[in-house]
Design a binder for this molecule. Sequence first.
Ligand code: SF4
Ligand code: SF4
Length: 56
Amino acid sequence: MAYAISDECISCGACAAECPVNAISEGDGKYEINADLCTECGSCASVCPVGAPAQA
Ligand code: SF4
Ligand code: SF4
């Protein structure tokens, strides 16, 4: 299962900078993960200040 970003996201952008496959982009009010690109590395979850990315 790919990671997904919850509504807790505060759009800080930290996760997008860390994603090795550029699967994260700014969406409408929060950041979003392209599930087709995500390799489940967990980097986004480890840098997020509010714990928004989680395995869906
Ligand atoms: Fe990118 Fe890894 Fe997060 Fe997937 S788990 S969105 S590959 S940083
Ligand atoms: Fe949102 Fe967390 Fe990513 Fe920041 S690091 S943009 S709060 S999901």
